[in-house]
Design a protein around this ligand. Structure first.
Ligand code: T1G
Length: 696
C-alpha cells in the first residue's frame, strides 16, 4: 500500500482510497497502488466487498496525460483494470467530481457505480485526439447501447448522474455522504450471487445501417479528424466480435491515435490552455480584486453578448446605453438568446428568469459609481472611447477596473483619457461573446499586476480562456488575421473563386473559410477599421475586393449579399457569378494576371502568413509564448485543434520548410508582406522549434 493509494476496512467492506492531487490522474504510482490493494483485498477473507473512492475534489479524471510520450511503466492501466474486472467480490465505484477517461473506465470495471448528484461522467479522450484505450469502447456500448456510447465518445461531453442513471451507467445517485452510501450499497451486495460484469454482456441490438448512418451524422463536424472514425470502428467491433477481440481492436486503434500528430497537437493545446495563466511578472500570489458588479457600456451586439456572458456566470450586470431604444434592443438580444438556450434545453426557464433579474438597464453614468468592473463596448472609434473613459474616470469608485472591448485600438491612448491608467486594461471578447471561449486580455504600458491578475481570474469566472497579449495594432489574433485575410484577398484577384478558397481551407480543417467569415462578421466592420487606419500598405490590391463589396453595400449575411448571396435570411452561402465578374474586371484594371491556383498554394499562403506574423509578434514581445498564440487561434478563429495552432503546425511541418516557403513567396510576391522575421530565420538555421523556444 502506498501514500497515494490506501486500503481501509469498514466492517466487511474495504475502501481503496486514491489520493493523487489535483485530479487523481492514473499515474504509475496510482496504478501500482490500486493493483497492490486489489491483491491484498482479494487475499483477505475478512473483506467481503470493495469500494473504490478518491480523496480531494474529484474521482479519477483519467490517465496521466503527462506520461504520454514517455517509456511505459508496468503495470499498465489495462493490466490493473483486468485485475479489477476479474475481482471475485462485489466492487463499487464511489464517484464525485469528474469521472473521466481512464477514471470512468475504472468505474466500468466495477460491478456497480454510485455517484454524487453533482458528479460528471465522461470519456473525453477524443478531445486529446485519442480514444478510450482501457476498455471504454468495449464496455460502454455494452452498458448503455451503441448510440449513447458513440455520442459520449465522439463528442467527448460528460453526462450528469440523472442521465447516467436513466441510461444504466450508474446504479445509485446520492446528494450527500457519498462514501457512506457506497459502503452501505456494497454491504448489501455481499450475498449477491450473480455479480454484473459488463465484459460478459452483449451490446443491445443495432439496426442494419446504423453505423453508416452514424458516420454520416458526424461527418461534417469531424472532417479531417482521425479519432472519431476509429472510435466508430471500435464500437463496430464491440457489436460484432468477442470482448477479447474487441479489446485487441481497441488497443490497435488506440496506439494509432496515441502516436499520431493529431493527438500530439491536441495534448499540446490541453497544456497550453493551462499555461496561459502563468504570467512571469504577475506572480500567483498577486492580490486580485473581487469582481461581482459588472457594468457594460454599449448595448449593441458585443455589449449585449458580454452582458449575457457575465449573467451566465452568475454576476450582476448593469448595461448602459445612451438611448432607451438602444437599451431595449440590447435587452431583447439577451432575452432572445436566453429563450433559444431554454428551447434547446441548455437552461431552464427559471434559470433564464434568474439571469434577467440580475440585469439592470441604466442610461446614466452616475449609476456606475459602485461597479467593480466596467467593460466598454461602444463604437470602434478612438474619439468616442476617450470620451467614455474620461466620464468613467469621473464617476467610478477607486479600485474599479476600467476595461475596453476594443479589437484594435491603442489601450495606452484610451488609458491616457483617465487619471488611473494602472486600472485600465483591454478585454477583447470574440463574437458571439457569450459563446466564444477566447478572451484576449490586453495589457497597457501602465496596467498594474493586480488588474492583470484580476482580469485573468475574471476570464475563469466566465469559463473563458484569458490570454494576456501586448498592445500592438490588432493585438495577437487580429494582427495575424490581417495577413491571412490579405492573402485571401490577393488570391481572389489572382483568379481563385471564393468558394474554392473556402472549400480548400475548411477541408484543411478551418471551421469556416475566410470569405464566409467575412460575410458573417460583416464586410462593413473591416471596411470601417481600414478607413480609420493610417498605416495601410501603399498597395491598391490590399483588401480591394472587400472594400469594393462594402462600398456597394454588400456587407454579407446582414444585407443578404456579400461576397456570396443569401436566400431570404438563410445563412447558406451561394456563389454569385456577378461577384466573380466584378473581381475579374477589377483584377484587369489593377493589372493582376489571373491563373489556375492549386489548393496547396492557398493553404501555404494563408497559413504561413499566420506563422510569419506570429513569429514577429513573439519577437516584438506582444505574446508571452508561441503556445499562447496557438491558444488564441484554436479558441478564437476556428483553427483546427488537431493541428495544434499556427506555431505548433509550423513545428509539425518543420520550421525550416516553412521558412523556405516564406522566402519563396518573398521572391515571388515581393518582401513587402513576406520578409521573414529574424526569429524565424534563426530557428530555421539552427533547426529549432517554437516549442523549444517556449521552454527557454
Ligand atoms: N493528466 C495529468 N494532469 C491533468 C489531467 C490528466 N488527465 N487532467 C488535469 N490535469 C492537470 C492540469 O494540467 C492542471 O495542472 C490541473 O490538473 C488542474 O486541471 C486510458 C488514455 C479534470 C475537468 O481528458 O478535463 O484517460 O496547470 O486546470 O478546470 O482511455 O482538468 O495546475 O499544473 O483543467 O478544474 C482523459 C482532462 C485522459 C480529462 C478539471 N481525461 N482534464 O478541470 O482544472 S486520457 C481527460 C480535464 C485517458 C484512457 C485515456 C480537467 C478537469 P496545472 P484544470 P479544472
Amino acid at each position: 500500500m502506498s501514500e497515494t493509494v490506501t486500503l481501509a476496512r469498514h466492517g466487511q467492506v474495504a475502501v481503496i482510497t486514491i489520493d493523487n492531487p489535483p485530479v487523481n490522474a492514473l499515474s504509475h504510482a496510482v496504478r501500482k497502488g490500486i493493483g497492490d490493494c486489489l491483491a491484498e483485498a482479494d487475499g483477505d477473507d475478512a473483506i467481503e466487498a470493495l469500494v473504490i473512492y478518491c480523496a480531494g475534489r474529484t474521482f479519477i479524471a483519467g490517465a496521466d496525460i503527462r506520461e504520454f510520450g514517455k517509456p511505459p511503466q508496468s503495470p499498465s492501466l489495462r493490466e490493473v483494470l483486468a485485475q479489477l474486472d476479474e475481482f471475485r467480490k462485489p466492487t463499487v465505484a464511489a464517484i464525485h467530481g469528474t469521472a473521466l477517461g481512464g477514471g470512468l473506465e475504472t468505474a466500468l470495471c466495477c460491478h456497480y457505480r454510485v455517484a454524487a448528484s453533482s458528479a460528471k461522467l465522461g470519456l473525453p479522450e477524443v478531445r486529446l485526439g485519442l480514444l478510450p484505450g482501457s476498455g471504454g469502447t468495449q464496455r460502454l456500448p455494452r452498458l448503455i447501447g451503441a448510440e449513447h456510447a458513440l455520442d459520449m465518445m465522439t463528442g467527448g461531453k460528460p453526462v450528469d448522474p440523472a442521465t447516467a442513471m436513466a441510461w444504466g451507467l450508474v446504479d445509485a445517485c446520492t446528494d450527500d455522504e457519498l462514501l457512506k452510501t457506497a459502503i452501505e450499497f456494497a454491504d448489501l451486495k455481499i450475498t449477491e450471487k450473480n455479480l454484473p460484469r459488463i465484459s460478459e454482456r452483449k451490446v443491445a441490438n443495432v439496426e442494419a445501417g446504423f453505423f453508416a448512418a452514424y458516420r454520416k451524422k458526424i461527418a461534417r463536424r469531424t472532417r479531417g479528424f482521425e479519432a472519431p472514425e476509429r472510435i466508430v470502428q471500435c464500437v463496430e467491433a464491440a457489436v460484432s466480435v468477442s470482448f477479447a477481440d474487441g479489446m485487441r481492436k481497441e488497443r490497435e486503434l488506440f496506439r494509432l491515435c496515441r502516436d499520431s500528430s493529431q493527438s500530439a497537437a491536441m495534448r499540446h493545446l490541453f497544456f497550453a490552455e493551462r499555461q496561459v495563466a502563468r504570467v512571469p511578472d504577475v506572480p500567483k500570489e498577486t492580490e486580485v480584486r473581487e469582481i461581482s458588479k459588472i457594468a457594460v457600456i454599449g448595448a449593441g451586439t458585443m455589449g449585449a453578448g458580454i452582458a449575457l456572458s457575465c449573467l451566465d456566470a452568475g454576476l450582476d450586470v448593469a448595461m448602459l446605453d445612451k438611448d432607451r431604444q438602444g437599451l431595449e434592443r440590447g435587452r431583447a438580444t439577451i432575452e432572445k438568446s436566453l429563450a433559444a438556450a431554454v428551447g434547446k434545453g441548455r437552461i431552464s426557464d427559471t434559470q433564464m428568469q434568474a439571469r434577467l433579474s440580475r440585469l439592470d438597464l441604466i442610461d446614466d453614468f452616475a449609476a456606475l459609481a459602485d461597479a467593480d468592473l466596467v467593460i466598454e463596448a461602444v463604437f470602434e472609434t478612438m474619439a468616442i472611447k476617450e470620451e467614455v473613459f474620461s466620464a468613467l474616470d469621473r464617476v467610478c469608485r477607486d479600485g474599479a477596473i476600467l476595461a475596453s472591448n476594443t479589437s484594435t485600438l491603442d489601450i495606452d491612448r484610451i488609458a491616457s483619457a483617465t487619471s488611473r491608467p494602472e486600472d485600465v486594461i483591454g478585454l477583447h471578447f470574440f463574437s458571439p461573446a457569450n459563446i466564444m471561449k477566447l478572451l484576449e486580455i490586453v495589457r497597457g504600458a501602465r496596467t498594474s499586476a493586480e488588474v492583470i491578475a484580476s482580469s485573468m481570474r475574471f476570464a475563469k469566472q466566465l469559463s473563458k480562456i484569458g490570454v494576456l497579449v501586448g498592445n500592438c495594432f490588432g493585438f495577437v489574433g487580429n494582427r495575424m488575421l490581417y495577413g491571412y485575410g490579405r492573402e485571401n484577398q490577393f488570391l481572389l484577384l489572382e483568379g481563385a473563386a471564393p468558394e474554392y478558397i473556402d472549400q480548400v481551407l475548411t477541408d484543411w480543417g478551418m471551421a469556416m473559410g475566410p470569405n464566409a467569415v467575412g460575410d458573417l462578421a460583416g464586410l462593413d466592420v473591416g471596411y470601417k477599421v481600414r478607413q480609420e487606419r493610417t498605416d495601410l500598405p501603399d498597395d491598391p490590391r490590399y483588401y480591394r475586393v472587400a472594400d469594393m463589396l462594402a462600398e456597394q453595400g454588400r456587407y454579407g449575411q446582414k444585407t443578404g449579399r456579400g461576397i456570396y448571396l443569401y436566400d431570404n435570411g438563410s445563412r447558406k452561402p451561394i456563389a454569385d457569378p456577378e461577384v466573380g465578374e466584378m473581381i475579374r474586371r477589377e483584377a484587369e484594371r489593377l493589372g493582376v494576371e489571373q491563373r489556375e491556383i492549386g489548393g496547396a498554394e492557398i493553404i501555404e499562403r494563408c497559413i504561413y502568413a499566420l506563422v510569419l506574423e506570429g513569429a514577429k509578434i513573439l519577437e516584438e514581445g506582444f505574446a508571452l509564448r508561441a503556445s499562447d498564440i496557438d491558444v488564441v487561434w484554436a479558441n478564437g478563429y476556428g483553427f483546427p485543434r488537431y493541428r495544434g495552432g499556427p506555431m505548433f503546425y509550423a513545428d509539425t511541418m518543420g520550421v525550416e520548410k516553412v521558412y523556405d516557403a516564406i522566402c519563396g513567396f518573398a521572391e515571388r510576391f515581393g518582401p513587402q508582406y513576406w520578409s521573414p522575421s529574424e526569429l524565424l530565420a534563426r530557428l530555421a538555421r539552427d533547426g529549432g522549434t517554437f516549442a523549444e523556444l517556449d521552454k527557454e
